[in-house]
Design a protein around this ligand. Structure first.
Ligand code: NAP
Length: 301
């Protein structure tokens, strides 16, 4: 009911196309469903064909005429990101917006990308950087294109070159800290995009939004033991908000007329879980980390 009321305030998205990364589960799936409900065409950028097929079937059960398709996309792999962007171009698709949602929280301890970067950093930050750069270099970002980055309440207060090096290597750092450092690096990068920093090494024209969903029920906590996953999921369902409520901020970011440069959309309420997004300022001091973040990033790609 609450979500339905909120959706009445969102304009029709008929004839608009949006890419949502990591759309077969959790927030990405919920957002794709809401976008379809407003008439948009959705391109899911997913890495798992079976889960993608299930996700599309679920959406079509609700909206039989839904315009939704999947294109393969693995945010941990440069080649896959490049192939995804090329397939948008070959399908002649120039989306109005991209929602950079794909992310992980706790992969296997020593999991790495093909290039040897710790997987949490490789997906949650580096993949965002490479995807944005690839879109820009292929001319898919105009001044009207919206890019929405899914942030997190997780935050590294002690961000520094040393902590960054640990998150990149995955050495001497816990998994929750790796996640917090990767999401902080993402925030610094996004602030660099918003402020049109000359340090960003590509032409950076789009409208940039940062949004965090609070804590939402999803599949983000994935442990080895299925039974444990179920318990975590039950616990989250009691205390945190459902994904369709948690993604309302992304819908706002895709449709608002406001300029939200230097700001982040965050759900209101205790523990930031009551869905309705409000606007907070991003700490500009974070920009002091941009020079070494970009230097280290360019060494990795
Ligand atoms: N849930 C929360 O409380 C919360 C809070 C703050 C921020 N977030 C952020 O919200 C975003 C979505 O997470 P979620 O909570 O909805 O979790 P989720 O249910 O696990 O969804 C994550 C999605 O990302 C995809 N993904 C993971 N690695 C990928 C890769 N290398 N390439 C392409 N797709 C990949 C997953 O695909 P597979 O199914 O193939 O793994 C899945 O579709 C993440 O960026 C997360 O950091 C979540």
């Amino acid at each position: 009911m609450y979500v339905e009321k909120f959706l009445e305030r969102i304009p029709s998205l008929l004839n608009k196309t949006y890419v949502v990364t990591g759309a077969n589960s959790g927030l990405g799936f919920a957002l794709s469903t809401l976008l379809v409900s407003k008439g948009a065409r959705v391109i899911m950028a997913n890495r798992n064909p079976k889960r993608s097929e299930d996700a599309i079937n679920k959406i079509r059960e609700l909206y039989p005429t839904a315009s939704v398709m999947v294109l393969p996309f693995d945010q941990s792999k440069k080649d896959s990101i490049e192939a995804f962007v090329n397939s948008l171009i070959s399908h002649n698709i120039k989306p109005e917006g991209f929602v950079l949602n794909a992310g992980i929280y706790s992969p296997a301890k020593d999991a790495k990308t093909e290039d040897g970067v710790a997987l949490t950093f490789g997906i949650n930050y580096l993949g965002n950087f490479i995807f944005t750069q690839t879109l820009a270099n292929h001319g898919l970002i105009s001044a009207e294109t919206r890019l929405i980055y899914i942030s997190s309440p997780a935050y590294s207060r002690k961000f520094s070159p040393q902590i960054l090096a640990r998150a990149i290597s995955g050495q001497k750092i816990t998994r929750p800290k790796q996640y917090a450092v990767a999401k902080t690096a993402q925030k610094i990068f996004v602030l660099g995009l918003m402020t049109k920093s000359p340090l960003i090494p590509f032409d950076n024209k789009g409208k940039i939004y940062l949004y965090h969903p609070g804590i939402a029920v999803s599949n983000i906590a994935r442990f080895k033991w299925k039974f444990f996953n179920k318990i975590v999921h039950r616990f989250m369902s009691v205390f945190f908000h459902p994904p369709e409520k948690a993604v309302l901020g992304a819908l706002v970011a895709l449709t608002t007329d406001k300029d939200l440069n230097g700001k982040i959309l965050v759900p209101r309420g205790f523990l930031e879980i009551n869905g309705i997004p409000h606007i907070k300022k991003i700490d500009e001091k974070l920009l002091s980390h941009l020079p070494y973040l970009i230097t280290e990033t360019l060494k990795l790609i």
